[in-house]
Design a protein around this ligand. Structure first.
Ligand SMILES: [Zn+2]
Length: 333
């Protein structure tokens, strides 16, 4: 975990202040959803707890190791429980009890509380005294997307840290570095209010549904329920690199499954067992097709491969159909 590029300035300012007069005990991080408020809060928490006095968490000390294992005894995350949209007084009592103890490993204790505005009145009241005079050496890192909805009594006891989203170019570069084309990244940012983490999440899920669509076409093709042109056109709408690498993985998985690999050793376990339940696939022919797909993949990855996409996909699909049909004719048992 690290600080997002667009939060570097804020981060360096926090470090400078902590190394100078010290950070205030209650910080309220504000800003839009999906720009990395919580990531920053967690990074600050790890750094405050770190046993070394570096300008970033060292990653090696006992504290950092416990942090990375998710078992740091001096850190508490307070957020609505699953299925609830409120932070209730019980949760705040836990925060108060936690801070009443002394740190076990680090020099301080840290609480991350999010989102602040979902505390009901009782919970907020129970937090006021802690916010005003946190016991011992402790820090409360609060987060909100709706500063206006935070009770004035809470607001007045915290120091606000306004976090901005990155500029368009920076957000684009960041998404490209996660493997998305300019066009795709631009669309994702547009659809997610320019919030890069939200856009990335959306893209990851979108990518997941594309993969499902891709496999569904292959499954129907294997069962002879759909025309070649329909499958090839469906695949043609996807990135060729995605299609070939998914297909390569499915072929490898089919082979592994035939050699007795367990589902946990496969990338597409569920899908491959679906395919194997409708056809007995000849391993030698699978290997031949796998080599063909691998060659295409190699070309694409090295920036070459001037293919006619539709023709290439049709040819791969026909090869696959051949393997499935052979198994139905009983040529391989
Ligand atoms: Zn450390």
């Amino acid at each position: 975990m690290s600080v997002q590029p667009w939060h570097q300035t804020v981060w360096h300012e926090l470090v400078r202040r902590q190394q100078g007069s010290g950070l205030p005990h209650a910080l309220l991080l504000t800003g839009l959803e999906g720009i990395g408020k919580h990531q920053l809060a967690l990074y600050v928490a790890q750094w405050l707890l770190c046993l070394r006095d570096d300008a970033e968490p060292c990653g090696n000390c006992h504290s950092c190791q416990l942090w990375m294992a998710g078992t740091h005894p001096d850190f508490l995350l307070c957020q609505p429980e699953e299925g609830s949209r409120q932070i209730r007084i019980d949760a705040i009592r836990k925060v108060n009890d936690f801070l009443a103890q002394t740190p076990q490993i680090s020099r301080c204790q840290v609480v991350s509380l999010r989102p602040v505005e979902v505390m009901n009145t009782n919970a907020a009241n129970a937090l006021l005294k802690t916010l005003e005079e946190p016991p011992g050496e402790s820090f409360l890192l609060l987060e909100t997307e709706r500063f206006g909805s935070v009770l004035p009594t809470i607001r007045s006891r915290c120091q606000r840290l306004q976090l901005s989203p990155p500029g368009q170019a920076e957000a684009l570069t960041w998404l490209q570095q996660h493997g998305f084309s300019t066009e795709v990244a631009e669309q994702a940012l547009r659809m997610n209010h320019r919030a890069p983490l939200k856009a990335l999440d959306w893209l990851t899920r979108e990518q997941g549904t594309q993969q499902q669509r891709w496999f569904e076409l292959l499954r129907q093709w294997s069962l002879g329920q759909i025309a070649l042109q329909t499958v090839a056109e469906g695949w043609n709408k996807l990135e060729l690199l995605d299609v070939t690498s998914w297909f390569y993985s499915v072929l490898s998985d089919c082979l592994k499954a035939k050699l007795g690999a367990s589902p946990t050793q496969l990338v597409f376990a569920d899908q491959v067992f679906q395919l194997l339940s409708c056809a007995t696939l000849n391993p030698a022919k699978l290997i031949t097709l796998q080599h063909k797909v691998q060659a295409v993949l190699g070309q694409l990855l090295s920036g070459g491969g001037n293919y006619n996409k539709q023709l290439l996909l049709e040819s791969l699909l026909l090869d696959w159909q051949q393997i499935v049909q052979d198994s139905h004719r009983g040529e391989y048992a």
